[in-house]
Design a protein around this ligand. Structure first.
Ligand code: 4VN
Length: 323
């Protein structure tokens, strides 16, 4: 069977960092409250960049480091819930900046699971035989859809992008996946409602463009569904947690990830974390974490890792990968 192998990891973060103390000057909060409840100490926020700008930087680094010709890329998929435009897709903006004229390109909206959903779709195109080389990205500028007067959410999020290259290979790569949605809980985490401004629209316009989260409901969902999903991937792939080098969870909140680790009875050292420096970057968090792990020399050929995203939709997805 054709496999999709990951052969590069890169990230791009905006240069400006904002500390908890900076936020405490804007809303009624404190470094103590934010860091003890979420594990976040600072986050990168854009001052003049959009999602495409961050994704283009990450994608340029990917092609350069791998020595791939732009014209050899067949597919670009980009997970985002904060695209520059509804159309063109952010993936098409990346295509143009990189000169990947032979690629077909689209965005996937699956919030914090977006990068893993995107990897899953790219994997199917590769397994089908039509695509040999793909760029898969996760990028967000959540700061543009954050309600900066809501102290319960504005302290959580950060901006950034990350991505990988996928190449058709004989073995390794994406080994197993578990991927789900539960639209019955859609309203637990919403953002970006687009009011109908047509003169023909008669209903009361709804103003709901900013991130709105029922923290308790999403917390409960994540700590229930993610351990279940990881256990299922391990069982069905006949893999033991001992065989897993690292578990890379969506960096939503340190406390959530601690509960997940405890439920899995897995040692904390296996769980990579960078939320203290990066905050919650939704669909960008897993690829940013992978790029930082790679830069720190933690990822080696042959290693097995688990990646898991969970959030808006509600959506969740876990993948077993052999590097
Ligand atoms: C997935 C999750 C979260 C999330 C949910 C709850 C939460 C993050 C609630 C309790 C609160 C501290 C913050 Cl699990 C967010 C996303 C969106 O990316 C996805 N934090 N908290 C407290 O009072 O302790």
């Amino acid at each position: 069977m054709i496999r999709s192998r990951i052969i590069g990891f890169e990230r791009a973060l905006p240069p400006v960092t904002v500390t908890n103390d900076d936020l405490a000057k804007m809303v009624e909060t404190s470094d103590e409250w934010i860091s003890s409840r979420t594990g976040i100490r600072k986050r990168h926020l854009v001052s003049d960049q959009n999602t495409s700008d961050l994704c283009i930087i990450a994608a340029e680094k990917l092609l350069e480091k791998a020595g791939w010709d732009s014209l050899s890329v067949d597919l670009i998929i980009l997970g985002t819930v904060s695209p520059d435009y509804t159309t063109p897709s952010t993936a098409c903006l990346v295509q143009n900046a990189l000169g990947c004229k032979n690629a077909f390109c689209f965005d996937i909206a699956a919030a914090c699971s977006g990068f893993i959903y995107s990897l899953s779709v790219a994997d199917k195109f590769i397994k089908n035989g039509g695509v040999k080389r793909a760029i898969v990205l996760g990028g967000e500028t959540l700061s543009k859809i954050t309600d900066w007067s809501d102290r319960s959410t504005c302290v959580l999020f950060g901006d950034g992008a990350g991505g990988v290259l996928l190449e058709a290979a004989e073995e390794g790569g994406i080994l197993y996946e578990d991927i789900h949605s539960d639209g019955s809980k859609a309203m637990a985490l919403t953002a970006g409602y687009r009011a109908n401004k047509s003169p023909f629209y008669k209903a009361e316009p709804k103003n709901d463009e900013f991130i709105d989260m029922n923290g308790r409901e999403v917390f409960t969902f994540a700590t229930r569904k993610v351990p279940e999903s990881i256990k299922k991937v391990l069982e069905e792939s006949k893999t033991s947690m001992d065989d897993i080098k690292y578990v890379v969870l969506h960096q939503a909140n340190t406390r959530i990830n601690e509960v997940i680790a405890r439920k899995l009875k897995a040692p904390h050292e296996k769980f990579y974390t960078n939320i203290d420096r990066i905050g919650n970057t939704s669909g960008a968090s897993v690829p940013i974490a992978l790029a930082e792990m790679n830069e720190e020399g933690l990822l080696h050929k042959g290693d097995k890792i688990l990646i898991s995203g969970f959030g808006g939709g509600l959506t969740w997805a876990t993948m077993l990968i052999e590097l």
